[in-house]
Design a protein around this ligand. Sequence first.
Ligand code: NAD
Length: 469
Amino acid sequence: MRDKSYDLIVIGGGPGGYVAAIRAGQLGLDTLVVERESMGGVCLNWGCIPSKALISATGLVDRISHAQAMGIEVQGLRIDVPKLQGWKDGIVKKLTSGVANLVKSSGGAIVEGSARLTGAHTVLVTSADGKSESYVARKGIIIATGATPLQIPGFDIDSEVVITAREAVSLQRAPETLVLIGGGVIGMELGMVYQKLGTKVVVVEMLPRLLSGVDPDLVKVVERKFKKAGGEILLEARAKSCQVQGGRAVVTVEQGGQERSIDCDKVLVAVGFRPNSAELGLADTGVATDARGHIVVDDMLKTNVPGVYAIGDVTGMPYLAHRAMKQGEVAAEVVAGHKSACDFRAMPSAIFTDPEIATVGLSESQAKEEGIAIKIGKFPFAASGRAMAMAETDGFVKTIVDAENDQVLGVGVVGPEASELIAESTLAIEMCAYAQDVSLTIHSHPTLSEAMDESFRHALKEAIHIINK
Ligand code: NAD
C-alpha cells in the first residue's frame, strides 16, 4: 500500500500540537495531527480547563458563604457535585471539539492512534483496534506528546481511592478527608477546590515548603488561607505507604523521625510529571533525550535529527500550556521555512490557588542567589479601594527592579485576579521596560491594576497610596 504523505505530521493534539497544526495550516502546510485520546491534551481534558471550572465554581461558593460583612446571608447553600461536574464536562466538550474544528478549518487532518517514528520522515500510527498505517512527513515531524503524572512507590493508582489529577477533576462526591501527596501546583489548586466543598485536606510535602520555586512571602498568603479553612500541612514529610481497604485508605507518613497514620477516603498523588517520550521510537531514530527523557531541542525547536522537532512538556520544564503553544507556533513557522525562534525572557506563570499567585521574570530569591542588586516595591491589596470593594484584600504585588537603572526584572502577585494582572508586567519585561514606564502609564481607577502601578512606584519611593518606606 502507498504511504500517505503530508508536509507536516504533528504527534499529539494538546495545546502545543493543535496550535502548531493551526499555524502550519495558515502557512500553507498540508498537516496531519495524530492523537491517541481526545484533542486538547491534558490541558483541555483533565488539566487547566476543567480544574479552572471547578476553581471558579467553588470560589463562588466560598465568596457567597463569606459575604456576611456585605450584608449577604444565604441559608441552605447547597452544591450539587454531579451537576457541577456536568457543567464542567460541557465546557471541556465545547473546547475539545472546538480545537478539532479549528485544526480542520485551517486545512489539517486528524487521525486517531498512537504514533511511533520509524525514521526521520516516517511515522507509524496504530489505532485502538490494533491496525497500523504508515505516513510520510515531507517537511517535518513535530513531537508534542506532553507528560504524564509521576507515580511513587507504595502508592498504586487505582483511580478510585488512590488517584491523580486526572480523576480528581471528575469526582462525583467531595471526599470527607483527602490526603494530598505533594504540595506543588496541582496539589494546592485541587486541594483548595475540595476544601471549599467541605473536605478536610492534609498535605504531605517532602520539601520544607509548599509551592517551591515561588518566593516564600507570596506562598505564605495562600498557606495562611489554606490553614484558616482547616487544612493541615505536613512539611519535610515522607509518604511511606498506603493501605487501601473497603474504599478507604490509611496513609503512613514519616515526619521528623516519627511515623503517623492518616485515615482518609481519597489520596491524591501530585508529585510531578514525566515526559511521554518512551514509546516514540526515539532511540531507533537517533533523537536525543536528556537523563529524564525530555527531548533536547534548540530555540527553533529542532532536535538533533534534521526534520524532527519537539515542543511542549516533552521538551522539559516548565510544564506550561502557554509555553507549549508558543513553541508550537514557532515550530510550525520554522518547518514552513520562516525565520522564527523562541525567546522566553518573559514567561508568566499562574497558580490558581486562593488567592491566585502569578509571577514573571526574576523572583526576589533568584535575584539574591544571582547576586543582582535590586530594589523591591510592594503594594498590599488591603490598600486598594477596588480590592476592598470586592472584599478580596489578601495579598500584594511585589515588583523587582534593577537597582542601577530601574529596569523591570520580575513581578510576583498574590491576590485577586493575579493571573490577569501579570499580563501587564509580562509585556513590560518583554519590552525591556523600566519601572517609570509602568508608573507613567495611566491605570484606570478604581481597578486592581492600580496595585501594579503603585508597586512600581513604591520601588521608586513614589507610591501615592502607601507610605514610601
Ligand atoms: P509540582 O512539581 O508542582 O509539585 C510536586 C510536589 O511534590 C513538589 O513540591 C515535590 O517536592 C513534592 N513531592 C515529590 N515527591 C514527593 C513524595 N514522595 N512525597 C511528598 N512530596 C513529594 O508537580 P505537580 O503539582 O504534580 O504538577 C505537575 C506539573 O504541571 C508541574 O510542572 C506544574 O508546574 C504543572 N502545572 C502547572 C499548573 C499551572 O501553571 N497553573 C497547574 C497544574 C500543573
